[in-house]
Write a protein that binds this ligand. Structure first.
Ligand SMILES: Cc1cc2nc3c(=O)[nH]c(=O)nc-3n(C[C@H](O)[C@H](O)[C@H](O)COP(=O)(O)OP(=O)(O)OC[C@H]3O[C@@H](n4cnc5c(N)ncnc54)[C@H](O)[C@@H]3O)c2cc1C
Length: 311
């Protein structure tokens, strides 16, 4: 079957776009590997309608159901290759299957660089966080440990002083920080420690602290991870020749989410500094609206209605 649109990445942006395109009654396939940031986050706190928060897995499960009810075809696979063909694109998966579409939407997201301690996983979004805009509020007035590296960790600690003045920054990778940053940490009374973490202490979903390689135990009820160096998953876009920024985000038109390649859109974290579920949802819808316009313009080239007049 040939699709009107193939979406690579079925996280927040991809599923929201699929729902929007499904409601235009387009034929849509979503290819998703199921290991994105929305699979990691155990609790989103800043979404309208969810005052107590909602887990990424719950949101995705309900989004997948909603998309399937609209006839969207969900494929559990990893896209490994993208090729332009005369009238569209073909995506090849790791299972060696091929999905052809007239339009392509890339919503592959970002891969966080997390410390190699599996105990942190159940705490993500509950007592261990990565994004101050999302979860800074959750540490209000609470002792918080920044599990970081170099300048990325220092900047995170300084940012968090907006919510708490009880901060410890552990520079786990011992990456050098400049004198000016050190002075800033000191001025804001952030405890700064240059040592490796040897163990993470948690109880179920509750972060309790860390042990350092010299045996010191640091107790804290909240943790922010800031190692820097997250990987932007823009490989499929790069294969097609889409323009990337220096940090590998896919460049898109801010209004339409169209990439530098005709008929290829991108939305969510893989694009220029989105990195929040709320924004990924909006981006996904926005891309879908313009994909629809583009499909309609192709179907009705002489249409007197100006498809770009709204939005
Ligand atoms: C711990 C944590 C807490 C967070 N808390 C909040 C919060 O409270 N509020 C908030 O607004 N945001 C929060 N975020 C950020 C939010 O999760 C992301 O902004 C959001 O998930 C971005 O959506 P996305 O669709 O762009 O990417 P994702 O949700 O990461 O989805 C991308 C999907 O693409 C798939 N994929 C990647 N490559 C391929 C490929 N080649 N083939 C097939 N599939 C592929 C992945 O498996 C994944 O399912 C948090 C993130 C983390 C990690």
């Amino acid at each position: 079957m040939r699709y009107d649109c193939v979406i690579v990445g079925g996280g927040i942006a991809g599923l929201q776009a699929a729902i929007q395109l499904g409601r235009y009654r387009h034929r849509v396939a979503v290819i998703d590997a199921g290991d994105g940031r929305s699979n990691l986050c155990r609790c989103y706190h800043n979404l309208i309608g969810w005052p107590e928060g909602v887990s990424g897995s719950e949101l995705l499960a309900s989004g997948r159901k909603q998309a399937e009810r609209l006839g969207v075809h969900l494929v559990h696979a990893r896209a490994v290759k993208a090729a332009k063909e005369q009238d569209g694109f073909v995506i090849e998966t790791d299972g060696n299957e091929h999905y052809a579409g007239d339009r392509l939407l890339l919503t592959t997201g970002v891969k966080d660089r997390l410390p190699p301690f599996s105990e942190l996983r159940p705490c993500l979004g509950i007592s261990v966080y990565v994004c101050p805009d999302c979860d800074g509020y959750e540490i209000s007035g609470k002792r918080t440990l920044v599990f970081g590296a170099g300048k990325a960790g220092a900047e995170m600690a300084l940012t968090l002083t907006h919510w708490t003045d009880d901060l410890i920054y552990v520079n786990h990778e011992l990456t050098a920080i400049d004198e000016h940053t050190r002075e800033n940490l000191e001025r804001r009374q952030i405890t700064y420690i240059e040592r490796k973490v040897s163990a993470v202490i948690t109880e179920d979903t509750v972060f309790k602290g860390v042990a350092l390689d010299d045996g010191t135990v640091l107790e804290a009820g909240r943790c922010f991870v800031a190692l820097g160096g997250n990987e932007v998953l823009s490989g499929i876009g790069a294969q097609l020749g889409a323009k990337l920024l220096d940090n590998k985000h896919i460049m898109v038109d801010p209004r339409t989410k169209l990439t530098s390649i005709p008929h290829v859109w991108a939305a969510g974290d893989v694009t220029v500094h989105s990195e929040m579920a709320t924004i990924a949802m909006g981006d996904g819808s926005q891309a879908a609206i313009w994909i629809h316009k583009s499909l309609m313009e192709q179907a009705m080239p002489a249409n007197s209605v100006n498809m770009t007049a709204t939005h």
